[in-house]
Design a protein around this ligand. Structure first.
Ligand code: SF4
Length: 90
């Protein structure tokens, strides 16, 4: 039985269904997470993180350099402004 953080991807083939279970490696994802918003339960669960911020018209923390991330301004405008002023920082 997959956990809450697993993704079940059902792919239809010619005339049968094939079930592929992909596991979210939260510990591995956390190594690349620069988010400083401590109470967040989505840390390391990137699919939930992206979905949440997308619903707000924002990008997740990891799209921003550390000093910008700390402002919690995750807007598209701030991202564009940061890219224009710093070029690629990643
Ligand atoms: S970027 Fe947003 S959703 Fe993702 S861990 Fe940080 S506060 Fe949570």
């Amino acid at each position: 039985m997959p956990s809450a953080h697993n993704i079940i991807n059902i792919q239809k083939t010619w005339n049968k269904k094939e079930v592929v279970v992909r596991t979210c490696d939260r510990e591995k994802n956390l190594k690349n997470c620069n988010c400083t918003y401590e109470p967040c339960s989505r840390k390391g669960i990137c699919c939930e993180c992206v979905s949440y911020h997308r619903s707000l018209g924002q990008l997740p923390a990891c799209f921003f350099p550390d000093d910008v991330e700390k402002t919690f301004d995750r807007s598209y405008a701030r991202f564009a402004e940061t890219v224009m002023s710093r070029q690629a920082w990643w």
